[in-house]
Design a protein around this ligand. Structure first.
Ligand code: PLP
Length: 433
């Protein structure tokens, strides 16, 4: 049977439903045909410097020769095999590597295929852990306002219910308590964080009997508005979890692999969570994958002579050999090429160019400018201030994609100092027009 050919371009475009996009009014998306380093190659010979490294995951930039070679080599050996009842070297070696580099005590790795699913795994693990310790009443999560933990149903329920993107579904989602978003900035002294900690303590006092785990994006609430918060708050969260017998889950999907200036945000506070989730930077962005790590005390709650106490979860593509191989290569490149040094250099440039800029500091349209590691944001008072900034940046050869009131950059770590300044110049130029 023959199908009618599409009559006009828009039909072609409509066959591909884009994320977070109003398909009726969205301008045609630029078409990417390749990429090298921090640059996207578009059709028609256009080049765009990517200020966001593809939703923060392409930390080595595009077309990295060592990562591509690892994928090709693995593709020749084994592209995929189920992890149910079978094992393979890339999955085992990556688990060992993640145990080695993550905070002391996280000794067990459960794989899945995306950040959202990694968080679903963390929540399910926390609830079953409580059940198996004889505390079935602890079946809710405690989350924070301004949190973002993913788009699947369980994750939507622990995203900020007001500012988040999911309020439409409130009648469909399970209900969890939320503590206020922390307000004290990264470098605040302990006294300045007391009010945030007291507000969190009140939530523990009120709800601990029904709470399996506290979820947090340590130091950087990313998609909820790039809220940069204090290591004192993270340490206090650890203490409260211990005091009230609640698990601490760190969602390091965005912060993991250097984004805040240390390999993991948890290191700024010297804290080990009970469960930690990694994704975005895990494979250097080259394939979707995630890891949910657990301490031995969590892991051992699942050991038993009874099969039904096992962790009953298993995504089809967990431990995919291609993803594990490229993740291993990503870690090698990160270590061999002193990425933490590169991140420190980028951070210095961001501070100098954005925090040190008097015009930005005194602009009445701007609410705040923040920098943490290789992340910088200009928060405006009114979202309409940013209307048109994406086209403005594209004319200047830069790919920026602001959301809400936040114009930000989270560059690939291989971005050169010159490229980093080009990005900050364009961000500043928008306000100098
Ligand atoms: C992106 C993100 C997620 C969701 O990851 P996906 O791979 O998009 O499912 C979860 N948590 C945080 C902190 C994120 O930034």
């Amino acid at each position: 049977m023959s199908h009618p050919a599409p009559h006009h371009r828009s039909l072609w475009h409509r066959s591909l439903w884009h994320p977070y996009a109003q398909m009726q009014t969205q301008a045609p998306a630029p078409k990417v045909v390749g990429g090298k380093g921090a640059w996207l190659h578009l059709e028609g010979n256009e080049r765009l410097l990517d200020a966001t490294c593809s939703w923060w995951c392409m930390i080595h930039g595009y077309g990295h020769p060592r990562l591509v070679a690892a994928l090709k080599d693995q593709a020749d050996r084994l592209c995929h095999v189920m992890l149910g009842g079978l094992t393979h070297d890339p999955a085992q070696r990556l688990a060992d590597a993640l145990v080695r580099i993550t905070p002391e005590g996280l000794n067990h790795v459960f794989y899945s295929d995306s950040g959202s699913v990694g968080m679903e795994v963390a929540m399910k693990m926390a609830v079953q852990y409580q059940v198996q310790r004889g505390k079935p009443g602890k079946h809710r999560m405690l989350s924070l306002m301004r949190a973002y933990h993913g788009d699947t149903t369980g994750c939507m329920a622990v995203c900020d219910p007001e500012e988040g993107m999911h309020s439409l579904f409130s009648g469909f989602l399970p209900e969890h308590p939320f503590a206020p978003a922390p307000t004290a900035p990264f470098d605040a002294p302990r006294e300045a964080v007391e009010a945030d900690i007291a507000a969190l303590r009140r939530m523990f006092e009120r709800h601990h009997h029904e709470i399996a785990a506290l979820l947090m994006e340590p130091l950087l609430q990313a998609a909820g508005g790039l809220n940069m918060t204090s290591p004192h708050y993270v340490r206090a969260a650890r203490e409260l979890c211990d005091e009230f017998d609640v698990l601490l889950v760190f969602d390091e999907v965005a912060t993991g692999f250097g984004r805040t200036g240390k390999l993991f945000a948890a290191e700024h506070a010297g804290v080990t969570p009970d469960i930690m989730v990694l994704s975005k930077g895990l494979t250097g962005g080259y394939l979707g994958h995630a890891a949910t790590l657990a301490t031995t005390s969590v892991f051992e709650a699942f050991l038993s002579d009874h099969a039904d106490r096992a962790f009953m979860h298993g995504p089809t593509f967990m431990g995919n050999p291609l993803a594990c191989r490229v993740a291993l290569k990503s870690l090698s490149v990160f270590e061999d090429e002193d990425y933490l040094g590169k991140i420190a250099t980028l951070s210095e440039i961001l501070r100098h160019e954005l925090l040190g800029d008097e015009a930005l500091g005194s602009d009445p349209l701007i609410a705040d400018v923040r920098v943490l590691g290789a992340t910088a944001v200009i928060e405006v008072i009114d979202a309409t201030t940013l209307e048109g900034v994406q086209a403005f940046a594209r004319e200047r050869g830069v790919w920026l994609r602001p959301f809400g009131r936040w114009l930000y950059t989270m560059p690939a770590y291989i971005t050169t100092p010159g490229e980093m300044r080009r990005i900050t110049e364009v961000m500043k130029a928008w306000f100098q027009r």
